[in-house]
Design a protein around this ligand. Structure first.
Ligand code: WQD
Length: 338
């Protein structure tokens, strides 16, 4: 298929573009490069042996989006563009409405204009908020507790409503749990400048010595070691989930949502231990007060993705940490050479 990947220069987007190309699809990217890395198209081409064009444009610019879809003749859209930091969204809700919802409406309008009927959307386990029952299934209540989670919930509702107004549409929303890791080549990974929001990039910066110590946001939660629990899943597994979802859309219509997680919850301290093993660095940490918006314990029931699209997370926590570390070291070497 001819596939447009929005956010293609980003962490999930670049890995998803690689897996779509590996699966034989023709991939065009679009990114505003506010987070994504310029030049990543060359790395994607180097990994896959296939070229990819990533258009530099703002998805809030409806006229530019229309030109892109008028000329692209796309069969499907994989919509990943958006911001994804829970803590940041609590501090800046307007930014999240603008960058997540404001970038989605124009692409959906253009899809309607140019007859693109298959869409895979990048959603998040944060649509579930602070779950009352675990593991989380797709029928768990959708009660987001942060602006980030709310934007994903709102977009899912819009997509579901579109499928009612246009029954020929086929749309799947993928609710990622916590993506970590990197492509085994060391060429693609989570690029984070400055002080990271997310756990893994922060741990990696402490391992390299760029940051002095890690901040654990609270160890007084009702969990075995007092720290929050999350379902960490390898970014390549997440990317392959998009390929499975896209190919499933060809034989179905309507809206559906699937959890992409391993089904295993791990605490912050467990991840610190796994990173110490993977990096052979001490990774010192200090316990600080809880972070606003954090859920105590979140992990998936991944059964429905296995049943509906034949997807299951395959990579282990050790592989996630080793791959993330390899990218971190390779990326800092590239930085020092540039
Ligand atoms: C994980 C745990 C923190 C940083 C992420 C993505 C979001 C969504 C869900 C896809 C929490 C703790 C973190 C630090 C810490 N995924 N932590 N010190 O908040 O679960 O959300 O996964 O859509 O996009 O952002 O991930 O990595 O920020 O936090 O103690 O410096 O690590 O309290 O328990 P989160 P995170």
């Amino acid at each position: 298929m001819r596939v447009l990947v929005t956010g293609a220069a980003g962490y999930i987007g670049s890995h998803t573009a690689v897996e779509l190309l590996h699966a034989g699809h023709h991939v065009t990217g679009v990114d505003d490069f506010s987070e994504g890395r310029r030049g990543i198209d060359a790395d994607i081409a180097r990994i896959t042996g296939q070229p990819i064009e990533i258009h530099d444009l703002d998805l809030r610019d409806a006229s530019a989006v229309n030109v892109l879809l008028a000329t692209g003749h796309f069969d499907a859209i994989v919509h990943l563009a958006g911001r994804k930091f829970v803590g940041e969204s609590v501090r800046e809700p307007l930014l999240y409405f603008d960058r997540n919802i404001g970038t989605t409406v124009p692409i959906l309008q253009a899809a309607q204009t140019f007859g693109v009927q298959q869409i895979v959307f990048s959603s998040s386990c944060t649509v579930y908020g602070n779950p009352t029952h675990l593991p989380i299934t797709e029928h768990s209540p959708l009660v987001p507790t942060t602006p980030y989670g709310f934007t994903k919930r709102a977009i899912e509702q819009l997509l579901a409503d579109l499928c009612v107004s246009q029954p020929e549409l086929s749309i799947m929303s993928l609710r990622y749990f916590n993506p970590i890791g990197a492509h085994e080549s060391g060429l693609l990974g989570e690029e984070v400048g400055g002080i990271p929001n997310n756990l893994m990039p922060f741990l990696m910066k402490v391992a390299t010595g760029e940051l002095p110590e890690f901040t654990v946001f609270g160890d007084d939660y009702d969990t075995p070691d007092g720290t929050c629990i999350r379902d960490y899943v390898h970014v390549v597994d997440i990317a392959r989930g998009h390929v499975r979802a896209l190919e499933a859309l060809e034989t179905r219509s309507g809206f559906s949502a699937l959890n992409l997680g391993t089904g295993v919850g791990r605490s912050v301290l467990e991840i610190i231990g796994a990173c110490r093993a993977a990096t052979s660095h001490d990774i010192p940490y200090q316990v600080h007060p809880r972070r606003d918006g954090d859920a105590v314990e979140v992990y998936a029931d991944p059964q429905r993705a296995a049943e509906e699209i034949g997807w299951k997370a395959e990579r282990t926590l050790e592989e996630m940490c080793a791959d993330h570390w390899r990218f971190t070291v390779a990326s800092s070497r590239r930085g020092s050479m540039s």
